[in-house]
Design a protein around this ligand. Structure first.
Ligand SMILES: [Zn+2]
Ligand SMILES: [Zn+2]
Length: 912
């Protein structure tokens, strides 16, 4: 059997297949290297002398690659967003092939060009702690790639041409001697696909991976894919590093910006040899844990003849400088693509970078901010990624807000740490452990270094702290299950709502009935989707209360089990048209409002959720702050301008690839959408979304859009709730009716209502003040009176309570029951009574449950807690508090009388 790795180039250009004596991997070479050539079988040997003919900065390297592949018949395509909006299984684009998964790979959608080349920014946060430590990790990197998608009837190129192109790029373009390149045989697997792969090794480093994706995993079996994919990846940062042969990748990638920071922190004089050795050792080690980092440090120190401490005093400030540059660059890209820092989803990672970055700045102790660095990066990238430049104002504003918020968090940090320490001590903990630390970061935004600064207890910081924190947020939460369901797979049925949006009545054949659900052969009912509630209506007189798309089927659900529906029979169906109109108006109003919010607040505004109901709709948007009244007014005004401008709303099905190219990824406001074709809903010059909802034909049909309220529902997300069309009219009617009622009662015209209410409030305050004075007098009089048995009426909040006063030994006992009683009022009354010496209080209250309150003056010797507990036992519960002021309660509310009696009798026993 021929070796599937033996491509034409290997046969014709004198390559030999060898097996590495060290790692046992087979590899191909034109030369005679002793091993496969990759770390750890060989150390990096390009540091100081590059195998490439000249050093190239990042931009030039990117251009070399893209122009080379263009000259070889590839179409250069624009980068895709670093936030993977078209997928719902990941937050970020992590490889150049992500944009083509799943639809292009599955053959559902045509690629934008074939073959193509691209430089795709990617983000990975799984080893964020190693950034800066390893000499070559980045949270953002560009993956250069040439991709070919071989369809059954259209072969582009496969292994032979791929390796030939790769070899030619390195040798002809970059001037690498052919015999310095080795090609290691390997197998690639990912995302349910697999195939053979060649790793291209140069100078000890893997500079490219050539994957031949050709199998699909189906139940553990490898079956050939319909579309075989050439999936290559060349790390732009790594190629740049190899070409410049600098001591670490950061020197090559960040160039002048790093020099600038090094100068600011006085790290200019660092011996390149120190860094070079560090990178070499790090390159040899697979870094899985901090123990590996420690081992690297030890080995490097040994090689240089330094102590680890000496080495670290040199390297540590540099690590912070690297990290801060890396984070600033990633933030620029992530924020440009519409991420708002927050404590959830993709926003979480942006926040993590801001906080780690600011922390690194603290370590460096230089007067700079992330915004300064991002400004410089925007200039560096503006020609290659002009959209970053276009969004710069928004990016810097988001960053600035986030920086200030963090400073605020730190100011409050001391108190927070104290509180947590008290709590931990209460639980018997001796230190602030990893879990508490993660919690302090997650809930209060306090990183371990800050906690350490404020804490009195010892702090145990795990070395992979941020990696742990990031892993908490790495997964996309699964969707909630639907209320109505069908067991098994319902028979397929035809959803025809998109063919005729005006259809109100139709006939259809019953295909299946189960429980309260029915499947018809066809339906014009809109099933719940895209945040829009399902249509209601009737099927043969049965009320439809829900419609769900389940697989290839649409299932209608009734309030009852339909006894009269026979499989195979035709039935009359009717859609509740008034409800449909209301849903439609709310849906269109949602698109209009989203456009308005983006205009008023900035380009970072994305829909993070939406719901369109019959009586109300809501839209959740990403934004860094609560909306001000002025912003809300502007959004409402602008939305209604669009309504009044009577724009035609264009709805059409567009091939996915074309839609993405024409409209960009803003399409995916509602999340990812499956299928080869997208239904695109466009309000010209305002909003374009991939959306399956029902919509008005023109904006004017939405009617008045009235924003009812806005709430900050979570960090980074604001909710707008509004009404449109008939629902808006009803809302305005209700409001104006209640205003009329108020006006009538006050006897003033509408424009004086606020003033009149203000006056009333003033009067109420005055009256309350007088009542309080009189209450206090009543109480003072009662306290001054003697202790002979009597009943007194005492003020209790806005009411009174009858209290029986009697003598017990040398003290006065005050006892009473309230039905129902406000706990706060009772406590205040008791506190007032026991302020004076020689008093004991026993109160009971009857609410949802029963409760007792026992209190005494300081000069009375009585254990109130014991009394309260015994009394509470009568109520079926327990008590708590102190010896001089205790409370108890329990569910047996009808035993309140007995509970009080028990308390009084025990008090008499104790004092009498
Ligand atoms: Zn090897
Ligand atoms: Zn929509």
């Amino acid at each position: 059997m021929p070796n599937e790795y033996e491509v034409e180039l290997f046969r014709t250009a004198g390559f030999q297949r060898k097996t590495c004596p060290s790692c046992k991997t087979p590899y191909w070479t034109q030369g005679d290297p002793p091993t496969c050539g990759e770390t750890p079988c060989k150390e990096y040997d390009f540091l100081g002398h590059s195998p490439m003919k000249r050093p190239l900065p990042l931009r030039a390297m990117r251009e070399e690659f893209l122009s080379f592949f263009e000259s070889k018949g590839h179409t250069r395509i624009k980068r895709y967003p670093i936030v993977a909006r078209w997928r719902d299984d990941v937050f970020f684009t992590q490889a150049s092939v992500y944009p083509f998964q799943p639809y292009v790979i599955d053959g559902v959608v045509d690629p934008p060009a074939n073959p193509l080349c691209i430089s795709q920014p990617c983000a990975r946060f799984n080893d964020v702690d190693n950034v800066g430590r390893s000499g070559e990790h980045f949270t953002m990197f560009e993956m250069l790639a040439h991709h070919a998608f071989n369809r059954k009837n259209k072969e582009i190129y496969w292994t032979d041409r791929t390796v030939e192109l790769c070899h030619e790029f390195f040798t002809d373009r970059l001037g690498v001697e052919g015999k310095l390149l080795t090609y290691k045989e390997s197998l690639w697997e990912g995302g349910g696909n697999s195939g053979p792969c060649l790793e291209v090794i140069l100078g000890g480093a893997e500079v490219a991976t050539l994957v031949f994706m050709q199998y699909k995993d189906a139940n553990g079996n490898r079956i050939p894919m319909e579309t075989r994919v050439v999936d290559t990846g060349y790390g732009l940062e790594r190629l740049t590093w190899v070409s410049q042969a600098t001591p670490s990748a950061y020197e090559a990638v960040f160039g002048d910006m790093l020099t600038y920071i090094k100068r600011a922190i006085g790290a200019m004089k660092i011996d390149d040899r120190v860094l070079g050795e560090y990178s070499k050792v790090a390159g040899m080690t697979k870094i899985d844990s901090f123990a590996d980092v420690r081992a690297i440090r030890q080995q490097t120190a040994q090689r240089l003849g330094l102590s680890v401490e000496e080495l670290m005093s040199i390297v540590l400030p540099l690590e912070s400088a690297y990290a801060v540059l890396d984070h600033a660059r990633t933030l620029m890209m992530v924020l440009a693509d519409g991420v708002v820092p927050s404590n959830s989803r993709e926003g979480y990672f942006a926040r993590l970078l801001v906080r780690r970055g600011m922390r690194a700045f603290r370590t460096l102790d230089i007067d700079m901010k992330l915004t300064d660095l991002v400004t410089l990066f925007v200039q560096m990238y503006m020609e290659d990624f002009p959209e970053v430049f276009a969004n710069r104002t928004d990016i810097l504003r988001l960053l600035d807000v986030e920086q200030r918020r963090y400073e605020e968090t730190l100011r409050k940090g001391r108190d927070t740490v104290r509180r947590v320490e008290v709590e931990l001590k209460g639980r018997g903990a001796a230190q602030i452990d990893a879990d508490a630390l993660v919690e302090l970061y997650d809930s209060h935004g306090l990183p371990p270094e800050i906690v350490k600064e404020f804490a009195e207890m010892p702090v145990d910081v795990p070395d992979d702290f941020f990696t742990r924190v990031a892993s908490r947020h790495a997964l996309v939460a699964p969707k909630e299950a639907k209320v109505h369901a069908w067991s098994g797979t319902p028979p397929p049925s035809k959803l025809r709502v998109y063919e005729d949006m005006k259809k109100q009545k139709f006939f259809a054949k019953v295909l299946a009935v189960e429980g309260t659900g029915v499947v018809l052969d066809q339906t014009f009912f809109y099933p719940e989707g895209g945040g829009q509630e399902a249509d209601h209506g009737t099927i043969r007189g049965y009320d439809v209360i829900d419609v769900q798309q389940i697989g290839e089927s649409v299932v209608h659900f009734f309030t009852v089990t339909p006894s009269n529906l026979v499989v195979g029979k035709r039935v009359k169906c009717e859609i509740d048209w008034d409800r449909r109109q209301r849903l439609k108006r709310h849906h269109t109003a949602t698109h209009i409002t989203l456009g308005a919010a983006r205009k008023v607040l900035g380009n970072h505004v994305w829909q993070s959720g939406a719901h369109k109901g019959e009586d109300e709709a809501r839209l959740d948007i990403t934004h860094f702050d609560a909306l001000t009244a002025d912003e809300v007014r502007k959004i409402e005004r602008l939305a209604n301008d669009i309504v009044l401008s009577d724009r035609k709303i264009i709805t059409k099905f567009v091939p996915r690839e074309l839609a993405e190219r024409k409209y960009g990824f803003r399409l995916y406001q509602g999340g990812s959408v499956p299928g080869a074709k997208l239904r695109v809903v466009e309000i010209p010059d305002w909003d374009i979304e991939a959306c399956g909802g029902t919509h008005c034909a023109r904006t004017s049909e939405a009617g008045l859009i009235k924003i009812l309220r806005t709430t900050r529902i979570q960090d980074g997300v604001d909710r707008l709730e509004y009404v449109a069309g008939a629902a808006a009219l009803e809302h305005v009617q209700r409001e104006s009716e209640s205003l009329a009622a108020v006006r009538e009662r006050l006897g003033v015209p509408a424009n004086q209502v606020a003033e009149a209410v203000g006056q009333l409030q003033e009067e109420v305050r005055e009256l309350r003040k007088r009542a309080e004075i009189s209450d206090r007098r009543t109480l003072e009089t009662a306290l001054k009176e003697g202790a002979e048995a009597s009943t007194k009426v005492l003020p209790l909040g806005d009411r009174t309570v009858e209290v029986h006063v009697s003598r017990v030994g040398a003290a006065r006992l005050w006892q009473g029951t309230v039905n129902p009683g406000n706990a706060g009022d009772l406590k205040r009354l008791a506190a007032t009574i026991i302020q004076e010496g020689g008093n004991v209080v026993a109160f009971a209250a009857r609410n949802g449950s029963g409760s007792v309150l026992i209190a005494r003056s300081v000069d009375v010797a009585l254990d109130c807690l014991a009394i309260a507990r015994t009394a509470a036992a009568e109520l079926g519960g327990g008590g708590g508090g102190a010896a001089d002021f205790a409370q108890g309660g329990g569910p047996n509310v009808d035993r309140v009388g007995e509970a009080l009696a028990t308390a009084v009798s025990n008090i008499r026993d104790a004092l009498g």
